[in-house]
Design a protein around this ligand. Structure first.
Ligand code: SF4
Length: 319
């Protein structure tokens, strides 16, 4: 049996995922060649790491064990995770630490803005842990962070990747009013897999959240993503595409699920690159402005370049 311990924080006093400790181990097939990535050891990577640490920031790149960290950090592209490193949900796919989080850091919005400035980012991606313990789910903190970045780096475009704010009336409106350039909320998987993959969430609530963002402010780009390899069927992926288009979502990402530890959901299948290309083609025919589908696609991967392409696609559409 494997006990999942915290290897990210400096003081690993408790299991990283206490709710998963007694689960049986789940075994994934060996990784195929197309999943391999380079070890992070470049100068750019080291510089990014220094700025992240100096500002006391948390990144999803590290917390989620993202395979793209070497490539992204080399280009000074990191995704900041606000409101702490501890999540109140316990999704079966996610390596972010679970438990009861601490109080919000009132200075965090300024620190994120400062790091954005120091990294010289043209486009910044901000995500967060789920904060079901807060009355507004952390909506106001998201809004403050957006405003702080706008004040410090007026030319930087801002993309947020939010939780679902389930049962937090008015939270979404607070975040949308801060006018991020891109509002991303991931569906993560097809509806039939929610109970075992994302048990604390509700599929149609997430679709509706994305639809509401567009209703509130049609100028905000909306974005969502799923992982494949979790036991979904192809026709279910196509249905997700239709559901997202019904909600007017602009940008779809599809990437391969990778198992963080044996206590997490097993990889049921490694989807070959040509199947991703097939998904991409179908998604474009369904009307998405942008689609990124590949084994190593992640919501925030190449987000800056993709934002420029999103803008160009919208401009071409409006003639
Ligand atoms: S893909 Fe996103 S989470 Fe992964 S390293 Fe790049 S910025 Fe970080």
């Amino acid at each position: 049996m494997v006990v999942v311990v915290d290897t990210v924080s400096a003081t690993p006093l408790r299991p990283r995922h206490p709710e998963k400790v007694n689960r049986p181990d789940a075994f994934s097939p060996p990784k195929p060649d197309w999943i391999r990535v380079r070890a992070p050891n470049t100068r750019g990577y080291a510089d990014t790491r220094k700025i992240v640490k100096e500002n006391g920031l948390v990144t999803v790149c590290e917390e989620a064990g993202c395979p793209n960290i070497g490539e992204c950090w080399d280009k000074k592209h990191a995704t900041f995770m606000i409101m702490g490193d501890t999540c109140t949900r316990a999704c079966a796919f996610c390596n972010v630490k679970t438990g009861m989080p601490g109080a919000l850091d009132a200075l965090e919005p300024e620190h994120v803005a400062e790091a954005t400035f120091k990294l010289g980012l043209a486009h910044i991606v901000i995500t967060s842990v789920d904060r079901d313990d807060l009355a507004d789910g952390g909506a106001e903190h998201f809004a403050q962070t957006i405003r702080a970045i706008r004040a410090r780096c007026p030319a930087t475009t801002i993309e947020i990747l939010t939780p679902d704010f389930l049962r937090k009336d008015g939270a979404l409106e607070v975040v949308a009013a801060a006018k991020p350039d891109v509002f991303n909320h991931n569906l993560e998987t097809v509806p039939s897999r929610y109970l075992s993959v994302r048990p604390g969430a509700r599929y149609f609530h997430s679709v509706r959240l994305l639809q509401r963002v567009k209703e509130i402010d049609p100028t905000i780009f909306t974005k969502s993503g799923i992982m494949v390899g979790l036991g979904e069927e192809r026709h279910e992926v196509l249905q997700v595409m239709d559901d997202l288009r019904s909600a007017d979502v602009d940008f779809l990402t599809i990437g391969q699920y990778l198992q963080p530890t044996r206590k997490h959901h097993a990889v049921m299948r490694y989807v070959p690159p040509d199947e991703f290309s097939g998904y991409e083609k179908v998604a474009y025919t369904k009307g998405f402005l942008m689609v990124s589908a590949s084994p190593l696609t992640r919501s925030s991967h190449h987000a800056g370049d993709d934002f420029a392409r999103l803008q160009a696609a919208r401009a071409a559409l409006s003639g």
